[in-house]
Write a protein that binds this ligand. Sequence first.
Ligand code: MG
Length: 389
Amino acid sequence: MNLIEKRLDETMAPWAMLHKDSGGRLYHQQPHEHRTCFQRDRDRIIHSKAFRRLGYKTQVFMNSAGDNYRTRLTHSLEVAQVARSAAQALNLNADYAEALALAHDLGHTPFGHAGQEALNHLMRDHGGFEHNRQSLRIVSSLETRYLEFHGLNLTRSTLKGMMKHAQVYECDPDLRPICQQRSQEQPGLEAALVDQCDRIAYVHHDLEDGLDARILNLDDLRGLDFWRTAWQDVLEQNPHTFQKVRSQVQIRSVIRYLMDHCIRDLQDTSSQNLRNLAIQNQADLKALKKSDYPVGYTSLMGERIRVMQDFLYQRLYRFPAVMQMSRRGARIIETLFGEYASLPALMPSHFQIRIAAFGLERVIADYISGMTDRFALHEYSRLTGHRML
Ligand code: MG
């Protein structure tokens, strides 16, 4: 540990992810003098190739649909911002939360969830495909920028924080002991908080992007109680200005108001739950039953988020033009997979040499899932002679 880490450990809550409990790295490295181990994890994630590629991957709208829509990169930055503030408000480890947030979508395929579903189907006889598991493969093996090791050699705590409980997977051999540990305990508060910040960020931002794209409209939203109430509250708080600004600014003000309430609810409710459970340290936390876990919302807010998710599902994600984009993306992935399977030499040589160790299908999945939307489109044209979109 360095001095900065020691000082921070003294100021954070005893149930926070303390630096002394980081678990070290698989390949031993000396602590940095000026950065904490979690700041260093965060920096390694930001400097990775997989992170840069998130800028050209679909969140809901394809990258080519317009420059103002969220991409996986801007979404990850927004989740990191919310997670950092929420962690700080609860006196947790904000650097650790930030690192987890920035890494949370690294393993996503091109073309959003449709891409993941297509790849999972193609991999059905070879272990499947799942983006959280792929994020782990990226940081522990696929990124190659260091002389001494494959991957980014993140701390064991960061690796563990990236593992989702519902899928404590068949891990790569190096990670197996960490997977096993993770399967026997609850996640750290920061990891659970990042999951909720992801949810908060996407429901509010998809709403905003859907309105900008004119797929959603204000009349639809006026049918929802929480929207009408928030609109009225913002109007009453700003009686002189609200009616004078254009509707886009009104919408952004209402969404900001909603998001702020949601984050405050998460912080206040989680903090109250921690007090009620009389949590003293990390060990108390990890031993809790899943149903008692303290990160959460009031029932009213939980219900509001569910209503928003339902609304987005019905009106945005299943909108014909969005579904059509998804379907095209899935077809591109199916075609690329078939091409590489019949002629592996079509892949770059640094992927081909991994076939002996990981099998042809897993290497194809690694290669395709790392692609950006636009690279996958180029590759589709190159291999088939057809242009898609
Ligand atoms: Mg996300």
